[in-house]
Design a protein around this ligand. Structure first.
Ligand SMILES: C/C=C/C(=O)SCCNC(=O)CCNC(=O)[C@H](O)C(C)(C)COP(=O)(O)OP(=O)(O)OC[C@H]1O[C@@H](n2cnc3c(N)ncnc32)[C@H](O)[C@@H]1OP(=O)(O)O
Length: 250
């Protein structure tokens, strides 16, 4: 049975991890399916938004520890690194999607599962959500972009403390610290409502806003200004802005 289900409603895609008994943890099979699903969305011409969700109690329990690390001590570091890279590459492809992506986090997002949520543009936290950067607690150096994601969302000091503590934020703390956007009783419904709204934009506008925010978050102010200038000029020929301009024309 498939561990990842993809559905499309007029370009508003939803990707769901469907292995609740194992808390949607990630082994090679799940990662391959995740990668294929993300590639399908990337090549869908009608794609406007993507919501990522997990079935059951947990959003994603991170690496299937026995499957990924069970024989780690017998493997050469270089070989293990290549394997981990392929695991991470499968879902970090999410970051390369040029459409807005939203994680609906209803339960625990742990380790690589936290990274999966962080690879989305926005996170909506349910009442039982938790965001666990437990790598150091289980003796692993954080991987899969976790340090970048946390510095980006929390700032250097909080990221450092969370990573060294191997700590967990509940939904409320995640929202207060900027790791999640908001709390919702039903995070999937809220994420889909948001996606419906964003899917109403001209796709080029949404894509360019995402690209500009990406540049801004990368810290390159001049490149952001240059990009915004180009993208704003290019959007200025669209029908919506013309309609608004006409309304104000004397
Ligand atoms: C390269 C990447 C590195 C990383 O990602 S490091 C982080 C690795 N992940 C973890 O350390 C999280 C481990 N899991 C948990 O802490 C808990 O689970 C949860 C908080 C996610 C959920 O707790 P609860 O709802 O009480 O479920 P349950 O009884 O612990 O688990 C249900 C079944 O799921 C299996 N399972 C859960 N997480 C993993 C995992 N990460 N790898 C392999 N199996 C996992 C269990 O063993 C068990 O199985 P059975 O029902 O047969 O007893």
């Amino acid at each position: 049975m498939s561990r990842v289900v993809l559905s499309d409603s007029d370009g508003r895609w939803t990707l769901t991890l469907t292995d609740p008994d194992r808390r949607n943890c990630l082994d090679d099979v799940t990662c391959r399916e995740l990668g294929e699903a993300i590639d399908t969305v990337a090549s869908a011409e009608d794609a406007r938004t993507l919501v990522v969700a997990g079935e059951g109690k947990a959003f994603c329990a991170g690496a299937d520890l026995p499957a990924l690390f069970g024989d780690a001590s017998e493997r050469a570091v270089g070989e293990l690194r290549r394997h981990l890279h392929s695991v991470y590459d499968s879902f970090l492809r999410l970051r390369r999607l040029d459409i807005p992506t939203i994680a609906a986090v209803q339960g625990a997002a742990v380790g690589a599962g936290l990274n999966l949520a962080m690879a989305c543009d926005v996170r909506i936290a349910g009442p039982h959500a938790s965001f666990a950067a437990t790598f150091s607690r289980i003796g692993l150096h954080p991987g899969g972009g976790c340090t970048w994601f946390l510095v980006d969302a929390l700032g250097r000091q909080r990221a450092m403390a969370l990573l060294l503590d191997g700590g967990t934020l509940d939904g409320e703390a995640a929202v207060a610290q900027g790791l999640a956007l908001e709390l919702a009783e039903d995070p999937l419904a809220r994420a889909q409502e948001m996606a419906d709204r964003w899917a109403g934009h001209d796709p080029a506008l949404a894509r360019d806003i995402k690209a500009a925010v990406g540049l801004a978050a990368g810290g390159d102010f001049d490149a952001t200004l240059e990009f915004e200038a180009w993208a704003q000029a290019s959007s200025a020929t669209g029908p919506k802005i013309r309609e608004v301009v006409e309304r104000f024309r004397k």
